[in-house]
Design a protein around this ligand. Structure first.
Ligand code: ADP
Length: 465
């Protein structure tokens, strides 16, 4: 038999759970019934032994106190009332010859136990005989009484055996019925538990190349299944996010590449159509070179971000004194800031602050932040570059009094190619902050931003020592 996916039913978790459940229940029931049976047979045995022991002693008293005739009557009375097939009583002399006996015609071959010769007067030997020519077993007691005579009493265990057989039979039927019920119940329970897994599988199969919108619905099979569904939905959410980002990046790349290429093409067309003087050709060639440089620069930054993010960049790790590095960046950017009518303040600690890292990359990160701060701060503003430390980190703050970043842009400014609405008029390609973030992450650091529109922004980079 096979299920729709072609898996053999015996290999399904449902089947195995059911089997385990049924097997465990069966084992438990068999053990329970077994213990009960042992207990029952032991008690039955005890009762029979007690009865024949009482009987043998009573018979002895009758013989010793009232003689052989009275014994004969006693034997007849007892075996008649109990049934000749169920009980025999007899007395044998010390030589083993029968003196008095009930009717033994149906009892087969009952012999004296050999050890009876050596036991003292008043002692008894108990036996269970199974080879007497009868169907059922016989419990026999032999007691030595005074004068060396022996009183022997036998009890037919037929009724007890029949009881045990009945018990076996009904136990068997009970176990079969129980297994049937447990199997059906187990199957339904396992199927119910597994239906959640099937729901996840069903959604997974339903998700084609284009459908990433479907989600596994929550059910009531149990928290584990809902956790699985949640984990699966989260994974889908992440995949969808990555695909969206990829689409956006591709669109942005296409968009950013189109304008310089269109310009280059326009210039090439102009050079083809008319004779121009040498100076004009030179100017056009100059523009083509600039556009090509811009394109190559953009492609290089993109590659660098990709490589840094993937962690496969060959980072030249060394001890970098951030005091010197930040101070140097301040020196480089001061004239640029002053050209724009801004003041650039640099706050450094008195002593060196060392971190493990790539000097060149860290320089790039700080330059990008300073470049943005100067770019987005209007004339008359201030840019502050500060270095600080806490127990485990060097903390670099780049603060400006510029245009600030609207709340809706804040979560997105680190995305590749993302540019805020207000920055459309400023030069840039939206790659600067993604590059900074990739470098900071490659150094196991963190970058945060605090900003309010019209009030300015602070970018905070923390790098572990
Ligand atoms: P670019 O500067 O080329 O536009 P970035 O990745 O460096 O790209 O920055 C992304 C966006 O973040 C910018 O377009 C701008 O909207 C915003 N931004 C970055 N730095 C600042 C800043 N100091 N002040 C205001 N906005 C900023």
């Amino acid at each position: 038999m096979s299920s729709k996916s072609g898996t053999r039913i015996t290999r399904t978790v449902t089947f195995r759970l059911t089997l385990w459940y049924a097997a465990l229940t069966a084992a438990l029931v068999v053990a329970f019934l077994g213990i009960f049976f042992l207990f029952m047979t032991k008690n039955l045995g005890k009762r029979v032994d007690g009865d024949i022991r009482d009987e043998v002693r009573e018979t002895e008293t009758v013989y010793l106190s009232r003689g052989l005739e009275e014994l004969r009557r006693h034997i007849d009375f007892e075996t008649e009332s109990e049934g000749k097939n169920r009980l025999f009583i007899r007395m044998l002399n010390p030589r083993g010859e029968v003196s008095v006996s009930s009717d033994m015609s149906t009892w087969g071959d009952i012999r004296l136990p050999s050890e009876v010769r050596d036991i003292p007067v008043g002692a008894e030997v108990m036996q269970t005989l199974s080879h007497t020519g009868r169907e059922s077993k016989v419990r026999v007691i032999t007691r030595k009484i005074s004068g060396g005579n022996l009183i022997q009493i036998g009890y037919n265990l037929h009724d007890d055996e029949r009881l045990a057989r009945r018990y076996y039979k009904s136990s068997g039927i009970l176990i079969v019925l129980l297994l049937g019920c447990v199997g059906v119940m187990g199957w339904f329970m396992a199927r119910r538990a597994m239906s959640g897994v099937e729901r996840v599988t069903h959604t997974a199969i339903g998700i084609g190349k284009t459908d990433l919108v479907s989600r596994v619905p929550m059910g009531d099979e149990g928290e584990e299944i809902n956790n699985l569904a949640r984990a699966f939905n989260d994974m889908l959410e992440r995949i969808q996010g990555v695909i969206m980002e990829l689409k956006e990046v591709t669109n942005n790349i296409a968009h950013d590449l189109r304008s310089p290429i269109t310009r280059i093409r326009g210039i090439a067309e102009t050079t083809m159509t008319g004779p121009l003087d040498m100076e004009e050709y030179r100017e056009m060639a100059q523009i083509v070179v600039e556009e090509c440089d811009r394109l190559v620069g953009m492609i290089n930054v993109m590659l660098e971000i990709a490589v840094t993010e993937a962690g496969i960049h060959d980072m030249a790790r060394s001890e970098v004194d951030m005091s010197r590095l930040v101070g140097g960046a301040g020196e480089v950017f001061r004239p640029i800031a002053e050209d724009k009518g801004l003041s650039l303040l640099v706050n450094l600690p008195g002593e060196p602050v060392f971190v493990q890292g790539d000097r060149h990359q860290l320089q790039r990160a700080i330059s990008n932040l300073l470049d943005n701060a100067i770019k987005f701060t209007p004339h008359g503003g201030t840019v502050t570059l500060a270095l600080d430390t806490n127990q485990a980190h060097a903390i670099i703050r780049v603060t400006d009094t510029g245009i600030g970043i609207p709340g809706k842009d804040l979560p997105r400014i680190f995305e590749r190619f993302y540019r805020g609405d207000q920055s459309r008029s400023t030069p840039g390609n939206g790659l600067g902050l993604s590059h900074v973030q990739a470098i900071v992450h490659a150094h196991a650091g963190e970058i945060k931003v605090e900003s309010a529109p019209g009030k300015g922004s602070t970018f905070i980079v923390s790098l572990p020592f």
